[in-house]
Design a protein around this ligand. Sequence first.
Ligand code: SF4
Length: 342
Amino acid sequence: MEAMRMNGNTGKSLGRDALPEELKPLVERACQGLSPDRSGLETLLGWPEERAAGLARAAEQVRAHWFGDAVSFCGILNAKSGSCSEDCAFCAQSAHYAGQAPEYGFLPLGEIVRAAQALRDAGASRFAVVTSGKRLSDADFEHLLQAVRTVADLGLHADCSPGILDRDRLEAFRRAGGCTYHHNLETGRTFFPRICSTHAYDEDVRAVRDALKAGLEVCSGGIFGLGESWEDRLELALELRDLGVSSVPVNFLHPMPGTPMADRPVLSCAEALKILALFRFVLPDRHVRICGGRHDVFGPEEREWAYAAGASGIMVGDYLTLRGRDAGEDRELARRLERRPG
Ligand code: SF4
C-alpha cells in the first residue's frame, strides 16, 4: 500500500503521470460518452489491485474530461432515524437487528434548516433530507414537503431520500421545488436477496423508474464490501446506466455493531479505487459520488484519492448514522488540489 500513498502529490501531478497503455482505448471511449465493450469490462474487472493507482489515474482523466475542475459537494441530514421495517443487512437503522443507530421521529423544521445552512456555508450545493423506513405517513410526507420548500429557499438543490414515493408524491415533491430523488439499489440484482429479504429488487428499480418518469433527477447507487463479487458490482453499474440515473453514490461498508455485517472487513484503498474506476468507466458522464465509509477505506495519508480517482462528487459533513469530518477539511483539501466546490 505504501506505493499507493500520494505523499503530498496533488491531483494535478497525478494526472500528468503516464497512463497504462492498455487503458488508453477505454479512456478514449469514455471521453466520447461510451461504456467499455465486453473486452474493456474484462480489463477493468481483472485489473490487478497492485496497479490500482494507474487505473485511478485513467478514471481521473475521464472525470476531468466531463467535469473539469469542479467537485460537487453534497450533504445529508438523517431527519428521521431508526425503527425501519426493512432488514438490509448492513443497516443499523433496521428494526430487525440490535443496531446502534439512534431512534427519533421527523426532526423539526428549525433543526433541518440549521443543518442545511451549515452545509451550504461549508460549500455544499445540494442537501438531502433522508428518512428511515420504506414509506412516509401522510403527516411526515407533508413535513418533508415543507422542509424541501425551505431548503430550496436557502438556495440549495433540495433533494430527498424518503423511501418509496408513489407518483402523486413524486409530483408533489417536484412542485415543492424538489430537485433529486435519491433511492439506492444497494447492490447487483443477483446478490440483493443475500442482503435484504423484506422487499424485492424490482420495487427499488420501479421507484427509480417512476421518479425518472416524473421528470426528476435520480441519484441511485450502492454500498460495497458486503461480500459481493466483481460481477455483482458490474451488474449494479450496468443496471444504473440502463435506467438513466444522473448520479451514483458509492458507499463503502462501515461494519455496524449488531448487524449481520458487523464482522466484515473494511475494503482496502486499492479495492475502493477499482470500484470507483468501474463506475466512472461504465457511467462516464454521470456524477459518481463518494459517500459513506470514505474515512474507513482512505486512511489519513490516502484521503486525497477521494479527489483523484474519478469521483466527481463528495458527500461532506455527517453520514447517515455516523459522524463525518468537519466539512471545512474538505473545502481546504479541494482548494489545495485546485478543485472548485459547486
Ligand atoms: S437501508 Fe434504508 S430501507 Fe434498509 S434498513 Fe436501512 S433505513 Fe431501512
